[in-house]
Structure formats: C-alpha cells, structure tokens
Ligand binder design. Structure first.
Ligand code: ME8
Length: 517
C-alpha cells in the first residue's frame, strides 16, 4: 500500500501566565478543523498544541500567585490541556516546555548553533517588554504615561543591561529574503508577507538569546548562569515534539518540516524571521508555511483582564453549545482579518445559518422520509434536470473545500457549503415533495433521496468544523461510522435505498433574542 501523505500542523504554545480565553480557543479550533479535514481527506496528520512555560512573564505571574514557577505552570498548563475535551480537539500531542524531552532538545539546538559559529557572548543593553517577551529598538518605541516608553503592542518596556549570548541574526537577512522569494506561500496572508519582507529589508540586528537576571528557563549548556531566551526555547517545541534532536527518528523523518504553523498576527516576526533563521543557521529545514490570523476584540474593545471582558471558552460552550461556538468563530470573520465578538452576532449567525438554514433543511427532509417512506431511505429513480443540478453542486464541493482549506480560508469553505444548503432549501420549495405524496409517490421518493444525498455531502464536509452535529446528521441518515470520509463522497458512497432510519431529532438549538443581553 502506498504511504499516505503527511501533514503536520501546530498551534502556538500558549503562555501559562493566565487561563485560556477565546483568542487561544480560536487558533486551536482553526488548527483542529484543518487537522480533521486533512485526516478525512486521507492524510497522515500530526496535530500539536501545548504550553510555553519559561521566562520572565510566567515567573512574574507565579510570584504574584505566591507559587513556585513549577507548581504554578503545572496548574495553569492543565487549564490549557482541559481545552481538549471542552472543544473536542483532536490533537495528537500536547507539549510543555518544562518537559525533559523539550529542554534537552533545545540544548542540543543551542550546541549546534554554537558549533556552527552562530552564537557569541556579548552584553545586551536595550529595551525589553516582559509582556511580549521581546526586545525592541529605540526607534520602535512610542511615549507612554509618566515618561515611560511603550512597545508597538502597547506593552511597557524596561531597560535591560546584562551579559548575553547573541545569535548572528544580522547575517541572515539576505538568505531570509531569498527564502520568502522562493517560497511565496511561506508567509500568509499576503499582507503579513509584505510586512515581514519590509521588516527584514529594514535590516536585522543580532538577537540576544540568553538572560542572566532571572533563572526560570533552560540553562545554557556550559554556562548555567544564563538561561535561554524564552522564544528560542519556545519555538523549538515544534521540533522537540517530533523527536528532535533525533533527526533520524521515525517521527521526525515523517513530520519535519511542519506543513503549517498557525499563529496570531502578534507573533508573526518570531515565526517568520527568527525561527527560520535559527533553523537555517542550524542546517535544518524551515517549516513550509506560517499563517498569521487576525485579532478578536470584544464589542469593540481589546479583550483584557483589567477590562473584565475576557471571554471564557467554558462559558461560551455552556451558553451556546460546542459546535455552534466552533462554527461561529470560523464562519463569522474572514480568516486572517480581525473580528469583533458580540453576543448579538453569535445569536444571529447561529439562528440563521445553523438552526434556520441547515437545521431546518435536515429536519424537513428527515421528517418527510420518516412519515412518508416508512422511515427507510427512499428508492431513487431517474434523475430530472433539477436533481442533476443539485447533486452536481454537492459532488463539486470537495474540490472547492480543498481549495479553501489549502489556503486556510475556513470562512470561504463554510460559505460554499452553505451555498448548497441554500440551493437545497430552494429545491425543496420548488419540488414541493409534500404535494407529490398523493400525485406521484415515486417522484416524491426521488426528491427526498436527492435531498438526503445532498445532506450527506454537506454533513461529511462539515465534520471538520462541527464534528458532533455533523456526526449526528450522518447518524440520522443511516451513514455508518466508517463511511464518513471524503473517499466516501460522490455516487459510489451514495445512500442505500431501504436503509432503516432512526427517528429524526433537531440538531441545532435556536436562541432567543432576550438571551443576548
Ligand atoms: O505568544 N484574538 O503565547 P500567548 C485572536 N507563548 N487570537 C488570540 C487572541 C485574540 N484576542 N489572544 C490570543 C505566545 N490569541 C507565545 C507563543 S509559540 C512558539 C509561543 C492567540 O499565550 C493567537 O494565536 O500570548 C496568539 O498568537 C496566541 O494566542 C498568543 O498566545
């Protein structure tokens, strides 16, 4: 049997300074949808997420909580791991940067960079923002309150002056620009690609990659007064999770380089400048693609703890149900753009797309089959033109879904499915199967079969985003668990006449406007 093609997708590893919120859930849900899509399409998928546990930011939060950094990170990391069952995530692994498999891997990468002359000892004197765990040049800063200075992200900066190892980033500018040129898909969307190219063209300075003023980090091999810069530590998780430094291991050989690092736009530079530079400098292959998505705000404001408007994924799921939440975040905002969250928008989207359009379609069709066809899949006959048009649209969906998923356009993928939902509802109205019951039962059976077959396509293709609800629709259609892959789409996997069907039950709840307050 031919080897299946592989697909390795990663989320950022999240800081354990605080509990997860909707922003973290968003990135992870997007990766989960992608991982599920690729698996259903026959790929051998590896989907990784995890937590970023070292550095000054996490240390500060541990101190504020009155806990040791290890006890604190153990506790907060668990809250991120708990997103798995909450959000029905299908990740294959969850890495913590405090695990030995990671720390020893990062030290191996460090040694390689030293051996290759890419790291040297010096002194860092400059600005640092703990909130971003990032160094900034004077020219990037703007004035803040009381004579302070702020990073472009709005984070306060502090002056740092200490012995530090440096990575020769300045030597990699040309090579990086060539990489962007030769791999036009490496940074997405295009606006981000342009941003990165402009940044690198502006000239790169060597990067401080160790700190001496605190100790919560991975010790520098041979010089344990230093701990490694948390971003060098964190980025390497994508490789240590697949076995690095054992580059001849089964896992590494199979999955590295990663096909996609999904990140938010806030951490674009780390993933598209520093990370590929570290890898090239170590003689390793950079990932194939980095997609930086946009930012969610809450009713027009940045989500922040101090404003008290952070959206807790648990509360969202309790209020709307899991699949509606997954659907909303991927459908509402063009993936890559910023989006504003409001309960009004959620209710509008869920009642419209899910309850009224898709839910109602499924409900009408299954109820008619239940009542008029003896609760068995009806017998198809000869296809009329209108049947061919609708089935043709359903059969054509897979290629269009692939094209959308290939560029992480989840909103487009869903819009295309819902275009067929709309066509199906119009077809029901035009064909009026309820009126055919007496006049032409064979034609009624045909119309219901065409609709059921179209719904089968919609549900199979909706599984990546709404796995629970789509699975329920497929169950109600009598589609066996092992007949729900993309290879089962098209006429050869068609619904079999006579299959007994369970009693239909509504799949999507409807929300009332009062609940939006
Ligand atoms: O940056 N809207 O971790 P982090 C959309 N540890 N996405 C959001 C969001 C929002 N309002 N808020 C957070 C780190 N995110 C590093 C990463 S990777 C080697 C190290 C998502 O906990 C988005 O994906 O600050 C963003 O990039 C990430 O959470 C930042 O998570």
């Amino acid at each position: 049997m031919a080897e299946r093609p592989t697909y390795y997708v990663t989320t950022p590893i999240y800081y354990v300074n605080d509990s997860p919120h909707l922003g973290h859930a968003y990135t992870t849900i997007a990766c989960d949808a992608l991982a599920r899509f690729m698996r259903l399409d026959g790929y051998d998928v590896r989907f990784l997420t995890g937590t970023d546990e070292h550095g000054q930011k996490v240390k500060k939060s541990a101190t504020a909580a009155g806990k040791s950094p290890q006890a604190f990170t153990d506790e907060v990391s668990e809250r991120f791991r708990a997103l798995g069952p909450l959000l029905n995530l299908s990740n294959d692994d969850f890495i913590r940067t405090t695990e030995p498999r990671h720390t020893s891997g990062v030290q191996a990468l460090w040694r390689t960079l030293v051996e290759r002359g890419e790291i040297y000892l010096g002194t860092y004197a400059g600005w640092y923002a703990v909130r971003d765990e990032a160094f900034y040049t004077e020219s990037e800063l703007s004035p803040g309150p009381n004579g302070s200075r702020l990073a472009p992200s709005g984070a306060p900066v502090e002056w740092v002056e200490e012995p530090s190892y440096f990575f020769r980033l300045s030597a990699w500018g040309e090579r990086l620009l060539r990489h962007y040129e030769e791999h036009p898909d490496f940074v997405a969307p295009d606006s981000r690609r342009n941003e990165v190219i402009a940044f690198v063209k502006g000239g790169l300075q060597d990067l401080s990659v160790s700190r001496t003023s605190f100790s919560w980090g991975i010790p520098v091999p041979g010089d344990p007064r230093h701990v490694m810069y948390v971003w060098l530590d964190a980025l390497t998780n994508y490789m240590t999770a697949v076995g690095y430094p054992a580059t001849d291991s089964e896992l590494y050989a199979r999955y590295w380089p990663a096909d996609l690092h999904m990140v938010g736009k806030d951490i674009l530079r780390f993933h598209t400048v520093y990370w590929p530079a570290f890898l090239m400098a170590a003689g390793l292959e950079p990932p194939r693609r980095v997609f930086a998505h946009g930012w969610w705000t809450m009713e027009g404001q940045k989500m922040s703890k101090s404003l008290g408007n952070v959206i807790d994924p648990h509360a969202m799921v309790a209020r709307y149900g899991l699949d509606p939440v997954r659907f909303f975040v991927l459908r509402e905002v063009p993936f890559g753009a910023d989006g504003d969250f409001s309960h009004r928008a959620v209710v509008g989207r869920l009642n419209g797309d899910l309850a009224n359009d898709f839910g109602n379609l499924v409900q009408r069709v299954l109820t008619m089959i239940g009542k008029n066809c003896g609760a068995r899949m009806p017998e198809p006959g000869a296809l009329a033109d209108a049947d061919k048009v609708l089935l043709g649209a359903a059969y054509g969906l897979l290629e269009r879904q692939r094209a959308a998923y290939r560029v992480q356009a989840f909103h487009t993928a869903l819009a295309e499915l819902w275009d067929v939902v709309g066509r199906s509802n119009r077809y029901v109205d035009e064909q009026a199967p309820w009126a055919l019951r007496k006049t032409d039962p064979a034609r009624m059976a045909m119309v219901l079969w065409v609709l059921a077959e179209t719904i089968r396509h919609l549900a199979i293709l909706a599984q990546p985003v709404i796995p629970g609800a789509a699975g329920d629709v497929l169950r109600q259609l009598g589609v066996a668990d092992d007949r729900r892959r993309f290879a089962d789409l098209g006429p050869k996997g068609a619904l079999v006449a006579g299959t007994p069907l369970p009693a239909p039950a509504a799949v999507f709840p409807r929300f009332v406007a009062e609940e939006t307050a």
